[in-house]
Design a binder for this molecule. Structure first.
Ligand code: BTN
Length: 259
């Protein structure tokens, strides 16, 4: 049983100069693309969808749970030719580009710093970007997991609220292909050279979809907890937290927002 029309998806992605790989099963789509890069090298961007992911990787070494029938596991390998100083903001920027594109499907989609898509307080999508250097070039693997249709299996397995992009389970095959195309467009937009100059525009766009903007939030790391008012992000992707009358800038990886 496959949940994606491989041929149609491949044809659609050709229009963007992107090759398409489809697997029934793999450990992690990010890891699979790393192997492709090391064995076959790179010519054009490659998008990969795996029906089932056995060892899906989340951020901070966590696992990413899967229900093949209802979730989409996608990774895309690209060569990054931009300036390295912009790397830290790529993951918030990708979350923003995805949220903007999914707004057409569901206007309640929002972003949560640094790179989650949320809806009705539940996590809808997660992003894991990995970098690989090869032959003095820098390659990026954009891994995206999206919950498409309500899954009682996932609701049971995952210990927090999850949201799903589509309320009703219909036109699954078509919708999957359309979502894959939207992911490809969002990744290409994220690495496009013109985004690098748009500092102010980036922060303003973020503010519009930031679920926690101007709200009191708590941030947590294993050793620290901070509370304050969320004030959006800096051009380089740090979170701005108003605490004790001052803006504190918090880097991705230091602390996470507690829901
Ligand atoms: C997160 O923890 O929020 C990030 C989750 C990223 C999951 C996706 S699923 C496709 C790709 N392959 C992986 O192993 N992880 C990412």
């Amino acid at each position: 049983m496959t949940y994606l029309d491989e041929k149609n998806t491949r044809t659609a992605l050709k229009n963007y100069g992107v090759n398409f790989l489809f697997l029934e099963e793999t450990d992690s789509t990010n890891e699979h693309l790393k192997r492709v890069l090391s064995t076959s090298g790179f010519s054009d961007p490659i998008a990969l969808v795996a029906e089932r992911q056995m060892k899906g990787k989340g951020t901070k070494g966590r696992q990413w749970a899967d229900d093949p029938e209802n979730c989409l596991k996608f990774s895309m390998l690209v060569e990054y030719k931009g300036m390295e100083k912009y790397l830290p903001r790529l993951s918030p920027l990708l979350a923003l580009n995805l949220a903007e594109i999914f707004q057409n499907l569901d206007p309640s989609v929002r972003i949560k710093w640094p790179n989650d898509l949320i809806k009705d307080f539940g996590k809808l999508s997660g992003i894991l970007i990995e970098a690989v250097r090869k032959d003095e070039k820098l390659f990026l693997i954009f891994g995206i997991g999206i919950n498409l249709f309500n899954s009682s299996e996932l609701n049971r397995e995952v210990n927090r609220k999850i949201s799903y992009l589509f309320e009703e389970k219909k036109q699954e095959v078509l919708r999957r292909s359309e979502v894959v195309e939207k992911l490809v467009i969002s990744v290409l937009k994220t690495i496009s050279p013109c985004v690098e100059k748009d500092d102010i525009v980036f922060c303003e766009r973020w503010k519009k979809l930031d679920f926690f903007y101007d709200k009191i939030i708590s941030l947590q790391s294993p050793t620290e907890q901070l509370t304050g008012i969320e004030k959006g992000i800096t051009p380089s992707g740090e979170l701005k937290l108003l605490t004790d009358g001052k803006i504190k800038e918090i880097s991705n990886g230091e602390l996470s927002i507690v829901l």
